[in-house]
Design a protein around this ligand. Structure first.
Ligand SMILES: Cc1cc2nc3c(=O)[nH]c(=O)nc-3n(C[C@H](O)[C@H](O)[C@H](O)COP(=O)(O)OP(=O)(O)OC[C@H]3O[C@@H](n4cnc5c(N)ncnc54)[C@H](O)[C@@H]3O)c2cc1C
Length: 334
């Protein structure tokens, strides 16, 4: 058991672009490794990935292992499982983190089953148990009604997939140095059991509320689809995006892409304005880490006020137009 050391992050690239979840995981791995007085190892595979290695170091990795092969151009399960299983068996980390993306969710269970260790999926919190030194892996379960904290006391490594958007990235430090290792793995034809014939990208415009610095988030209190204009107007003056609770998505007033919460996106903007959102636990799970939360609700007992930094008890229809007016004046004077 003692031979297992360090925190390894399985990083993800698509078409040569590093995915932001990998940097989030390196940030978290950095914290865990510092606590354990161990190192952060980043592993990345693809057709051409050597130019991504410094970025991984800048965000907190101590060592990067990269595998380059034309056969790893697109994600295919079998060769990627071979690469990650080989490296993990070789480096013997005590913790391995994957992003809970479509790729990570496909890859992690296969890797864990080949290695013979446990896997906790879709974690939203990771910390070292101070008493026993094991990784506490916390994830929502039963549709978000229960939080389960899971340990893997016997098998190594302790493995988990982690929900994108939950862990904070470290600040980039371009001067940070680390060790970069090229790792050769022979990918044979027999490892390629799938042929990608065609790739079709959905051409709908993706709304990325998780990248917005300012979110104007709307709850059922907005009252109607027509009234959504108020939120869009406020978002416009603040140069932000509109997001919502699930109730608003269910009512068909906005696209599902804008939903915040347990079954939507996890966001962490600088400013989150909650308009007519009651603050159900499934909603809070997706936004309570926002830097500044302003809530407008006509019910002074609404649960959202428990997480709000600034609370306004009032009717959206009165408060929001007033806010827009004030912000316009403030901007004009600046
Ligand atoms: C398994 C599961 C998963 C879920 N996942 C999610 C999720 O991902 N995201 C999510 O958001 N929810 C989720 N939910 C639903 C969640 O439990 C709540 O039902 C939902 O968040 C409520 O949305 P709301 O706050 O917009 O609506 P309500 O709870 O109906 O709240 C409306 C609020 O608006 C206020 N209001 C009304 N009129 C006005 C006005 N004119 N001015 C000011 N305030 C006003 C009211 O006082 C009230 O507080 C999930 C539920 C389950 C069971």
């Amino acid at each position: 058991m003692n031979e297992y050391k360090n925190v390894l992050v399985v990083c993800e690239q698509r078409d040569g672009n590093l995915q932001s979840v990998s940097l989030e995981l390196i940030g978290k791995a950095r914290e865990l490794a510092d606590e354990l007085k161990e190192e952060v190892i980043a592993v990345i595979a693809g057709k051409k990935v050597s130019d991504l290695t410094q970025e991984l170091i800048s965000y907190g990795a101590d060592k990067v292992y990269y595998v380059e092969d034309d056969k790893l151009d697109k994600y295919i399960t079998e060769p990627y499982v071979k690469v990650m299983t080989t490296i993990i068996n070789d480096l013997k980390p005590q913790i391995v983190l994957f992003g809970a993306t479509s790729i990570g969710r496909d890859l992690a269970p296969r890797v864990s089953s080949r290695i013979g260790c446990g896997l906790t999926a879709d974690c939203t919190k990771l910390e070292i148990d101070e008493e026993v030194g094991l990784l506490n892996m916390t994830r929502p379960t039963f549709g978000g009604n229960l939080l389960a904290t899971i340990q893997s006391p016997e098998a190594r490594p302790q493995m988990s997939t982690v929900r994108p958007g939950v862990m904070p990235k470290q600040d980039e430090d371009k001067n940070r140095t680390g060790e970069v290792n090229k790792y050769d793995i022979d990918i044979e034809d027999k490892d390629i059991n799938i042929e990608v014939i065609e790739e079709k990208l959905a051409d709908k415009k993706k709304i990325k509320i998780e990248d917005a610095q300012v979110l104007v988030s709307v709850g059922r209190g907005i009252g109607s689809a027509d009234n959504m204009k108020l939120a869009y107007d406020l978002a416009e003056v603040l140069e932000g995006e509109v997001s919502s609770s699930r109730a608003v998505v269910d009512a068909g007033w906005v696209e599902k892409d804008r939903q915040v919460g347990q079954t939507g996106k996890t966001v962490r903007p600088n400013l989150y304005i909650a308009l007519g959102i009651s603050g159900a636990i499934q909603h809070l799970a997706g936004m309570e880490e926002s830097d500044l939360i302003i809530a407008v609700n006509k019910n002074p007992d609404a649960n959202i006020f428990n997480v709000a930094d600034v609370g306004i008890v009032g009717d959206i229809n009165e408060v929001v137009p007033e806010l827009i007016k004030k912000i316009k004046v403030a901007k004009a004077n600046n």
